[in-house]
Design a protein around this ligand. Sequence first.
Ligand code: SF4
Length: 301
Amino acid sequence: MFKTLYPPSVQWEITPLCNQNCIHCYNHYRTDFDSIANTFLSSEDYFLSIAKKLIENKPLSVTITGGEPLLVWNKIKSSIKLFRENDILVNLNTNAILVNQEIAEFLYSYRISCFVSLPTSDPILCDFITSSHQSLEKISKGVKILREFNARDNKRKIKAEPKFESKVALIKITPSQDPKILDFLAGEGYKGIILELFGLGQAPAQDSDNNWLPTIKRLVDKGIIICGAPQTIFGRLNPNVYSAGRDLQKTGLIFLKDMLSETAFIKLGWILGHSSWVKENKVQEKMLENLAGEFNNKISP
Ligand code: SF4
């Protein structure tokens, strides 16, 4: 057997059933009526059991397609939710005819991408291709509802806040590295430092020749903001698993969950640029506030 060395992307044909009958579609020529019948017989639990099996293989993304997946919406939305809770991207192929406010809201809140099948912009030709009546009008209605949930909200005005503290640094820590670099930065007047921590959120500690913890604590006590971010693209810090992480937490270092270190670097510079937040001791609170989706809500595997 081959071993998969990369996260696969999966296309899941959830049902062969469709409420259209497009002449170009493979469904048009389908004769496997068993799988069509299965759509009616399959329960929500059945779909969930397949979703769980897919999740075991850690796919990067799952594309849900058909037929028309929204024909079995009530049976599959729990599977879609489960994918997203496991940080798996989900795309939905749909003709949008069955889209309603509730479905659009769900898709929006779980950040599901929709690919809508629109065979043509000519209404008569559209009916001919899809073998259905007023098909273009119905598809357009669905797309309009989807757009209402995803469209730019022109009522929200952009307020530029180009405040930035440039005395911010980003450092990747490796085991046995010397912490003197922190003293150097402090001596140069740096106000904030992001440390890329290794593992679940560790820095060289008591057992290392170069224990970073006393230096971090001394600088935090002086008022320098020091935050920890993971070195990985996926995954979340958890300082509570090992004693080295728990000791690091006692220094006053702020653990930034699964925020990317580069994002953390820019965010810290921007937050420190707001002198009122600094004066009111709000830097930690702001760093841990999810301002633009920089954290994932769920714990990553
Ligand atoms: S809407 Fe899509 S799935 Fe349905 S018949 Fe047309 S091409 Fe096939």
